[in-house]
Design a protein around this ligand. Structure first.
Ligand code: ATP
Length: 234
């Protein structure tokens, strides 16, 4: 579904991604783990067209997307749910969700998806008229995910969905990610919480200073001594 080959990305003089290659197959949850500043968010931003790779290629559903503008990439079904929740604080929950569908014209489909987002996140239905900026951290995270789902993603990029959330809520968010995957959406997940990420993912990539240093089945990585020491707190 997604094939990234040898991409190099720079921020000015900073060489942030150094020849990154990875792939995601339809139906998978793939996670990228790594320390702060390793380049995980940079990979997602490059996939969604917010950053341009200086070299290398990105194919999505067998077509090149590197060099395309972000809007075209969303239209093809690759949707980025960014870090830090980034909801529109001065708009209601409902307006935020509607914005997620702004590139779509299928009114009936949009209404159906709105109903299924409200079903998946009942709290959003209760708060549909509330300003997004007044939601709790966990609620804003749910809204950000709901908004991304309104674009009807084939591949959903999730950047740190558990950031700043209480443990119970983290578990709930991960359950929801698994459900989203089981109902047909492929997921590429960036997480600091490597334990949780590996527990729901099929495969994983480990990123260090702009390079992929290890990849394998999530289960294998979760039981590797090296990974346990470096990323799983023991
Ligand atoms: P974290 O988990 O802390 O978010 P990350 O793995 O997602 O980390 P990135 O945000 O992708 O890391 O950053 C990769 C590198 O690129 C870091 O060294 C960072 O300082 C640098 N970087 C990121 N954004 C910019 C920017 N806008 N300008 C300059 N350097 C940047």
């Amino acid at each position: 579904m997604l094939a990234v080959k040898d991409i190099n990305v720079f921020y000015g003089a900073i060489h942030a991604l150094k020849g990154v290659s990875l792939d995601v197959k339809e139906g998978e949850i793939v996670t990228m783990i790594g320390a702060n500043g390793a380049g995980k968010s940079t990979i997602l931003k490059t996939l969604s067209g917010l950053l341009k790779p200086q070299s290398g290629s990105i194919e999505f559903l067998d077509k090149p997307i590197h060099g395309k503008v972000a809007q075209d990439i969303v239209k093809r079904g690759l949707v980025h749910c960014p870090e830090g929740r980034r909801v529109f604080a001065n708009m209601s929950v409902e307006e935020n969700l509607e914005l997620g569908a702004f590139l779509r014209k299928d009114k009936k489909g949009i209404a159906d998806d709105m109903a299924s987002v409200y079903k998946r996140f009942p709290r959003m239905l209760e708060r549909s008229k509330q300003l997004a900026g007044t939601l709790s951290g966990g609620e804003q995270q749910m809204l950000a995910m709901g908004r991304a789902l309104m674009a009807r993603p084939k591949l959903l990029l999730l950047d740190e969905p558990s950031m700043g959330l209480a443990p119970l809520l983290v578990r709930e968010i991960f359950n929801i990610i698994q459900e989203i995957n089981q109902t047909g959406t492929t997921v590429l997940l960036v997480e600091q919480n490597a334990n949780m990420a590996l527990s729901i993912a099929h495969r994983a990539y480990v990123i260090e200073t702009g390079k992929i240093v290890l990849t394998g089945a999530a289960e294998e990585l979760a039981s590797s001594e090296e990974i346990k020491k470096a990323y799983l707190g023991g």
